[in-house]
Design a protein around this ligand. Structure first.
Ligand SMILES: CC(=O)SCCNC(=O)CCNC(=O)[C@H](O)C(C)(C)COP(=O)(O)OP(=O)(O)OC[C@H]1O[C@@H](n2cnc3c(N)ncnc32)[C@H](O)[C@@H]1OP(=O)(O)O
Ligand SMILES: O=C([O-])CC(=O)C(=O)O
Length: 387
């Protein structure tokens, strides 16, 4: 029997100019630029421009792009009213998925040309943080905080969440987190977005589908699960027993392992150092516990399965966000606040790629292994003849 490539691992399904991963070297580039250079020198807004427009912006281009993002931060008041009708304990990813799809009901869906698609992309990138922060306030019985046009994308989100402007150190940390999560080639949610876009569905629809894909714990949802794990473990002395028990039962340790990296995820390296730095300041135990989770998982994997395993992007973002006082169920929506840039860039590429081979409607093949009668099908029997 032919062996199938489960989960499409290693199969190249399209060309992309947007990002590239070297899984052996642990290197990630966005449009030709190493993410480590971008986290050192760029801002989320500049990185978003790069991902969308295939080049770093000039000062004028960046100013114009920023102005458009700032203008588009508002969401309809009616949408915030509707949020008030949701259960307060609803999962924020479900809420985000629904309200991103609902944007199509408020804004023109014109998506037929590239220019209109960029406008939709900006609208989406600007509004996703406002949706997440509004929901967070509303579920806690608080009024949403209006966006502040003087603040950066990163600072404005934290301001809309907490009603206070973050200091410059926190703003920088959060900005770096947003840069790191913005794109990652054909990961599950981006592939979902591209697949939906390949049917000529519009940007809000494709992004809403991508949010669904991101929410699962094997993908973006892992960062929430990591924090749950840390809280359950509670203290560093309990890590070894906890991890060994899980791995003995063949359970997965969230935040560890990756489908592409065969070495340290470069984003995890940056987040680890940020988390370490913040923990020194806050004296929280979460960084130390996470580091121990990493070392115990690595050694258990080696001794149980003789395999290497490394942290992925979700391992250290969990403790970092927790120390920034972000509720853990918002870890994955925050991932979406950043990844929406990648989705939008990929949706536009999927629809408007100029170079051959042009993308086509995704439609893979399946092997029918139906239990009855083989590929020819069965003879239909009426109810009275069935046993
Ligand atoms: C933003 C992101 O999406 S990053 C990924 C976030 N997801 C997580 O952190 C969830 C935990 N990690 C995982 O489930 C996996 O590492 C994945 C899905 C991310 C990647 O998986 P792959 O590299 O394709 O490995 P695959 O799923 O084939 O597993 C290979 C083996 O390693 C084991 N393994 C992989 N990851 C882990 C893990 N985190 N903990 C324990 N064992 C693991 C599997 O059980 C499997 O063992 P087996 O061959 O004995 O059955
Ligand atoms: O690329 C992947 O499979 C998952 C990932 O790390 C991401 O989406 O950031």
């Amino acid at each position: 029997m032919e062996t199938k490539n489960i989960g499409l691992r290693g199969i190249e399904v399209a060309d992309t100019r947007i990002s590239n991963i070297d899984g052996e070297k642990g290197k990630l580039i966005y449009r030709g630029f190493d993410i480590l250079d971008l986290t050192e020198n760029s801002s989320f807004e500049e990185t978003a421009y790069l991902l969308l427009y295939d080049d770093l912006p000039t000062k004028t281009q960046l100013d114009e792009f920023n102005a458009k993002l700032v203008d588009a931060r508002y969401i309809p008041k009616q949408m915030q009213k509707n949020m008030g009708n949701w259960r307060k304990d609803a999962d924020p990813m479900d809420m985000l998925q629904a309200f991103v799809a609902a944007l199509a009901g408020y804004y023109d869906e014109e998506f037929a040309n590239k220019e209109a698609s960029y406008e939709k992309a900006i609208n989406l990138i600007a509004k996703v943080p406002t949706i997440v922060a509004s929901w967070h306030r509303i579920r806690n019985g608080l009024d949403p905080v209006e966006p502040d046009s003087s603040l950066s994308h990163a600072a404005n989100f934290l301001y809309m969440m907490f009603g206070e402007k973050p200091d410059s150190e926190v703003e920088k940390i959060f900005d770096v987190c947003l840069i790191l999560h913005a794109d990652h080639t054909f990961n599950a949610s981006t592939f979902t977005a591209r697949q939906v876009a390949s049917t000529r569905a519009h940007m809000y629809s494709a992004s809403s589908a991508a949010i669904g894909a991101l929410s699962g714990e094997l993908h973006g949802g892992a960062n929430t699960e990591v924090m749950k794990m840390l809280l359950e473990i509670e203290e560093i002395g309990k890590v070894e027993e906890w991890i060994k028990e899980k791995m003995k039962n063949n359970e997965r340790i969230m935040g560890m392992g990756h489908a592409v990296y065969k070495t340290y995820d470069p984003r995890a390296q940056v987040l680890k150092e940020l988390s370490r730095k913040l923990a020194t300041k806050t004296k929280d135990p979460w960084f130390d516990i996470t580091e121990k989770v990493e070392t115990v998982t690595i050694s258990e994997m080696k001794s149980q399965k003789n395999r290497d395993i490394y942290p992925n992007v979700d391992l250290y973002s969990a403790s970092l966000y927790y120390m920034l006082k972000i509720p853990m169920d918002l870890n994955t929506p925050i991932f979406a606040i950043s990844r929406v840039v990648g989705w939008a860039a990929h949706i536009i590429e999927e629809k408007f790629a100029e170079a051959a081979p042009k993308p086509a409607l995704y439609r893979p093949k399946a092997t029918y292994v139906g239990k009855y009668c083989g590929p020819e099908g069965c003879e239909y029997k009426t109810l009275d003849l069935r046993k």
